[in-house]
Design a protein around this ligand. Sequence first.
Ligand SMILES: *Cc1c(COP(=O)(O)O)cnc(C)c1O
Ligand SMILES: [Zn+2]
Length: 410
Amino acid sequence: MTYATSLVCRECGNETPLDPVNACDFCFGPMEVTYDYDAMRGVVTRESISAGPRSIWRYEALLPVDPEHRIDLQVGFTPLLRADNLARELGMRELWIKNDTMNPTWSFKDRVVAVASSRARQFGFETLACASTGNLANSVAAHAARGGMRAVVFIPHDLEAGKVLGSAIYDPTIISVNGSYDDVNRLCSELADARHWAFVNINVRPYYAEGSRTLGYEVAEQLGWRKPDQCIVPMASGALFTKIYKGMSELADLGLIDDSPVRMYGAQAQGCSPIATAWQAGTTNIRPVKPSTIAKSLAIGNPADGYYALKVMEESGGGAVAVSDPEIVASMKLLAETEGVFAETAGGVTLASLRKGLADGLIDREASTVIFITGGGLKTTDAIANEITKPIEIEGSLQSFEEAFAAAGG
Ligand SMILES: *Cc1c(COP(=O)(O)O)cnc(C)c1O
Ligand SMILES: [Zn+2]
């Protein structure tokens, strides 16, 4: 069962029932789900969690959905891989990959959508919608199909073919907007007022955001119930970054893990780095940008949770790094060649940021480190199509093989 009790404004503390609203009636601050943690103590234990399903629903007490309303594609409980080859390459002692490419629609967005779509169904909505940079639309379309709901997804016109196809297969209504993600988001905010649709990242955003905490829970559980010393997380709106931190803090508050410090480092592409730029300038004043990068899943120029992400960096003693498009491509290749993990461009951003943070002395080589690889590579093949070694072409004869193989250097 869920222990969710109410929504609380992150700015003024105003408390309201669990309704489909995003902004505070008094101050327009963002609303956040809160839980009866006292009632969970002693009931929600390591044992009770371990006995649950191998999905995000093992943390059902900490998710704002009643079980009978779940739309369940068995999202989450993805592998945490010890990355010794990559660690050796980077001169690190203990490195882990949280491989969230292994979700039903190949990105971490399945976590947020599993929760938002289930809660939307509990609210009685019949249509799921979203403003998406690509992966979110894929997951909304899949969950709507599984939950017997209608889907209307809004995307910017310049998305990768793999991301468009990854929605279209579930047959949602796809609206391609001639503009950037920030234009799409503005349009959807207007539509959310006019239509009785559950926009997963707008009017039901408080429930959506909760799903990301499961990444923090899983990493702690998979490390044998402890926090790592540091995390590297890609940032678009910044919500994922803040919620991984929150998830680990909640487990410590519940007494399920030690409350050891964990430094949080945010990763962005230089072509869209409003949060990292503010961090480097030492300000909490985030200046919106016009995105231009191959990391389209992170291309949010006006990040809704940027301010809270900066607060987490400050509180945790972490920071932020921004990397170039060539660095992103090089790191997509390095991750694949050293550890067999094929990530999308966002994964390249994360690994490239780790490498840059190490080189600059910002990130500690000796500390136990988790990099969050949040999306699968077959959706962004354009980024690497010209960077990979082409097949050796031969006729079907031994001689042809021997000649071509030798010519290619054996
Ligand atoms: C959306 C997305 C993110 C970041 O999400 P935010 O919570 O908006 O910061 C990271 N990686 C991938 C692959 C994404 O699709
Ligand atoms: Zn408020």
